[in-house]
Write a protein that binds this ligand. Structure first.
Ligand SMILES: [Mg+2]
Length: 232
């Protein structure tokens, strides 16, 4: 067995597409209310509501749907009709139901790592929806554990490692968010691997301080297997 106890992956925009659905909904929202304000402003107002509501509602589509309704009421000065609210709820349901679209090289990478390492999936968001996505992805069998968490802090990673009998300093976490996947894991004492994705939610933006030990940036997810091989 290798020197790494655990290899953990983020899910949304690391293993499969996620943000494109939110961006499309934000855009559609902007268009829906273009009679009261420019589409970009509507989309922006929604994005702001989402950020404002995270601490209360958490991450995920259901929270996003509530933010759409709240913003619809705001931007129309309270005159939005029930048919429009109903349309927003339907948009949320469609997002909950969308097909899982795996990102390139995901399956081959998990296949290569599986058997050599114990794999975990660590994702934020709505419990019910994330569980459904994991099942629908067809990737569940690669993972020894699936952890759906409210937030990704150093303590979160420590707790997860402990629960799975791994030493955090021998654990690698790979994901598309420096802020959630990479830095808190490094702060906990583990390895953080940044797997870039074309788009990033600005809430997740953070820079990596210079000379951060235990930090790796790879071109795409295949790089995670290379890094794990080197550390192992
Ligand atoms: Mg992600």
């Amino acid at each position: 067995m290798s020197g790494l106890d655990l290899v953990a992956f983020d899910a949304d925009d690391t293993l499969w597409h996620n943000l494109i659905h939110f961006e499309a909904a934000e855009k559609a929202f902007g268009e829906m209310f273009s009679h009261v304000l420019p589409p970009d402003d509507g989309a922006h107002a929604l994005a702001e509501a989402e950020k404002r509501n995270i601490s209360l509602y958490g991450f995920g589509v259901k929270s996003f749907t509530l933010s759409m309704i709240e913003t619809a009421i705001d931007v129309t000065g309270g005159t939005v009709d029930a048919a429009t609210i109903s349309k927003l709820i339907k948009m949320g349901r469609t997002m909950l139901d969308h097909e899982i679209e795996l990102l390139p090289h995901v399956e081959e990478t998990l296949k290569a790592l599986h058997g050599r390492h114990r794999l975990l999936l660590v994702t934020k968001g709505d419990l019910h929806h994330q569980e459904r996505k994991v099942l629908a992805s067809g990737l569940a069998h690669y993972f020894e554990g699936v952890e759906i968490v409210a937030d990704k802090k150093p303590e979160t990673y420590e707790r997860i490692c402990r629960r799975h009998g791994g030493r955090v300093e021998r654990t690698l976490m790979a994901g598309n968010s420096i802020r959630s996947d990479v830095l808190p894991m490094i702060r906990a004492g583990g390895y953080g691997v940044y797997v870039p994705f074309d788009i990033l939610w600005d809430h997740e933006h953070e820079e990596v301080p210079e000379n951060t030990p235990r930090f790796f940036a790879v071109k795409d997810i295949r790089g995670v297997a290379e890094v794990a091989g080197r550390l192992g």
